[in-house]
Structure formats: structure tokens, C-alpha cells
Design a protein around this ligand. Structure first.
Ligand code: CA
Length: 221
């Protein structure tokens, strides 16, 4: 399968560069534009699988670009500032698939990208990491062809690690994403589940503990 190609349209260079690094790290192919006119040229010349689109841009703004993108059928995630609630509504009405609010972290960015790509069936439904095959749609995992007996929480953790390879994930992030609640600082629940998952997968070496942070899955792409 060819790499999924993402266009990042964002005029703030630090944010643009950071998204570029994070998305490449997750295995995507990226192109970037810092103004609306350059973005329009790129959209005309190349085919993208997804466009991340900032609202306030020099040249042509995100809404103007949206008029341009919509006929192509390429999915769009709007990038908006915290207070631009009206922009989000307008963006969604113009046909954006989702929006993400600045500042956002890698985990949130990748989760939204995966969700939109999945909707368009561009995301892989199966992946193999360190001897473990994960079937995202079936909520199942296999080792040496045999199904692994994972609880829903363990599978949730596995998906997070799989989507954030080689990135240290905070216990707090793991807790909030998998347990969907406010983290109360008690690390035991997360630690216990990660330990069990590690043992079931045989990931003693690659699912490493990061001092004072949490865990990181060390895996080759
Ligand atoms: Ca901007």
C-alpha cells in the first residue's frame, strides 16, 4: 500500500514543522504550504489523501480554500485557534470532516487523522508490529497466527501504542484516552494494565518504561 499523502496548510512555521515531524514519524508522507495561494497550486497539481487546513492564512484563507478543495472530495481537518468557535461551525458547514483546536498534542493529532482516514478507508485496518498483528476493525490481535486474549482496556492501550510508535506516552494520556476519565494521579491502574499487556504480547523488550513519564513502544516502522 502506498503511503498516505497529507498536505499541511499552516502559516505558523513552528506548528507546521512540528506537524510535519509528527506525521512523518507516524509513517505518513507529507507536503506543506505556508500560504493559501501556494496551497491552492499544490492542491491543483497533486493528489492528497487528506488536507490539514489552518483557517487564518495569508493569500487565501481556509474558507476560500475549502471552496476549492470540496469538489476534489479530499477530506479536510480544519485547524483552529481556541476561541474561534464560529470558525469551527463554519468549517464543518463548508464540508470539513473534523477540526482540531490549537494547541494540540501528537496523540490528538494522530487520533483525528486516523479517524478521518478510516472514514475514507485510507487507514490500514491491519498492521503488524514486533510480531503482533493488530486488526483495528475487528478489535483483535494475533501472535504467531493465534488470537490473543486481551481485555477491552488492554486492546485500547495496544491501539494507542501502535498509533504512536516510538513516542513516549504519559500515563495521564493513556488513562484519559483508554479509561475516558479524568486522571487522578493514581498510576497503579495504568501500570498494572501495561504490565499485563506487555506479558501477553511478549513485548518485555520493546514496550519500555520511560522514567517519570510513562511508556514508549520501540518499534521499527
Ligand atoms: Ca494561521
Amino acid at each position: 500500500m502506498d503511503k498516505v499523502k497529507i498536505l499541511i496548510v499552516e502559516d505558523e512555521k513552528p506548528i507546521r514543522d512540528l506537524m510535519d515531524i509528527q506525521l512523518r514519524g507516524a509513517g505518513f508522507s507529507c507536503a506543506a504550504a505556508g500560504d493559501g495561494l501556494k496551497a491552492a497550486d499544490m492542491i491543483e497539481a497533486q493528489r492528497f489523501d487528506l488536507i490539514l487546513l489552518d483557517v487564518m492564512l495569508p493569500g487565501a484563507d481556509g474558507f476560500e480554500l475549502m471552496e476549492y478543495i470540496r469538489p476534489t472530495g479530499v477530506p479536510v481537518i480544519f485547524i483552529t485557534a481556541r476561541h474561534e468557535v464560529r470558525d469551527r461551525v463554519r468549517g464543518l458547514r463548508l464540508g470539513a470532516d473534523d477540526y482540531i483546536v490549537k494547541p494540540f498534542d501528537t496523540v490528538e493529532l494522530l487520533a483525528r487523522v486516523e479517524t478521518v482516514l478510516r472514514r475514507y478507508r485510507k487507514a490500514e485496518s491491519r498492521t503488524e508490529i514486533e510480531g503482533v498483528t493488530i486488526d483495528f476493525d475487528a478489535h483483535a490481535a494475533y501472535k504467531n497466527g493465534k488470537p490473543l486474549d486481551l481485555t477491552a482496556k488492554e486492546f485500547g492501550l495496544l491501539v494507542l501504542f501502535a498509533r504512536n510508535r516510538n513516542i513516549a506516552l504519559y500515563r495521564e494520556t493513556l488513562y484519559e484516552r483508554v479509561w475516558e476519565g479524568e486522571y487522578d494521579g493514581d498510576t497503579r491502574t495504568v501500570d498494572l494494565h501495561v504490565q499485563r499487556l506487555r506479558k501477553k504480547l511478549g513485548w518485555e523488550k520493546c514496550l519500555v518504561t520511560v522514567f517519570k513519564v510513562g511508556y514508549r513502544l520501540e518499534a521499527s516502522k
